[in-house]
Ligand binder design. Structure first.
Ligand code: FNR
Length: 184
C-alpha cells in the first residue's frame, strides 16, 4: 500500500490543549499507510485581500505545506459553538487567491475535542461547512466527537482512556480507507 502524507492541523494554540494531546495520540497510532505530522498554524497573519499581491511568507509556507500532503486531519475545539478564529483563518488563507485553492480535493477528516458534553458538535459541523466550500471531501462516518476531555489524559498528556483509544484507532482505520479511495 502506498504511503500517504497527512497534515494534522490543530485549532488550538494552547500548550496543554486537549486537541493537541489527542492529535499526538492519533499520530502515535497512525496506520502503516499514513505518515502523519503536525502542521502548525500559530502565527499565521490574519487574512486580508489587500495582501494577496504580496503575501506574507507564512501564508506562502502554509499553502506550500498543504499542497505537499495527500490529506488533512483536523482537530478542533469549539469556541462559542464554532471553530476558533485561528483555524478559520488558516482555511481562508489556504483557499486564496481565487483560483489557487490549496485545499482543493484533499481528503480530510474532523475530530472535535471538548471538555464539555456536547463534544464540539457545533465546531465540527461549522468546519464541515467551510471544507465543503473549499472542495475538501470530508469523511462523513464515523463522526468523532470527543467530550469530557479533561478526564481522558494523564499528567503527562498521554491518552489513558481505553475506549477512546479504541474509538480513535477505528476512526483512523476508516480515514486510511477514505484517503486511499481519494488518492491514487
Ligand atoms: C470555550 N469552550 C467551549 N466548549 C464547548 O464545548 N463549546 C463552546 O462553545 C465553548 N466555547 C468556548 C469559547 C472560548 C473562547 C474558550 C476559550 C473556550 C471550552 C473549550 O472546549 C475548552 O477550553 C477546551 O479545552 C479547548 O480546547 P483545547 O485548547 O483544550 O484543545
Amino acid at each position: 500500500m502506498k504511503k500517504h502524507k497527512i497534515a494534522v492541523i490543530v485549532g488550538s494554540l494552547r500548550k496543554e490543549s486537549f486537541n493537541l494531546k489527542t492529535a499526538k495520540a492519533l499520530i502515535a497510532m497512525a496506520p502503516e499507510s499514513l505518515s502523519m505530522e503536525l502542521l502548525n498554524i500559530a502565527g499565521l497573519p490574519m487574512f486580508n485581500e489587500d495582501l494577496e499581491a504580496n503575501p506574507p511568507k507564512e501564508w506562502v509556507a502554509l499553502k506550500e505545506k498543504i499542497s505537499a500532503v495527500d490529506g488533512i486531519l483536523f482537530l478542533t475545539p469549539e469556541y462559542n459553538r464554532s471553530v476558533p478564529g485561528v483555524l478559520k483563518n488558516a482555511i481562508d488563507v489556504g483557499s486564496r487567491p481565487y483560483g489557487k485553492n490549496s485545499w482543493n480535493g484533499k481528503p480530510a477528516a474532523i475530530v472535535s475535542v471538548s471538555i464539555g458534553a456536547i463534544s464540539g458538535f457545533g465546531a465540527n459541523h461549522h468546519l464541515r461547512q467551510s471544507l465543503t466550500f473549499v472542495n475538501v471531501p470530508t469523511m462523513a462516518q464515523p463522526e468523532a466527537y470527543i467530550g469530557g476531555a479533561a478526564d481522558l489524559f494523564d499528567a503527562n498528556g498521554k491518552l489513558t482512556n481505553d475506549s477512546t483509544k479504541d474509538f480513535l484507532k477505528n476512526f483512523l482505520g476508516a480515514f486510511e480507507t477514505w484517503v486511499n479511495t481519494h488518492v491514487k
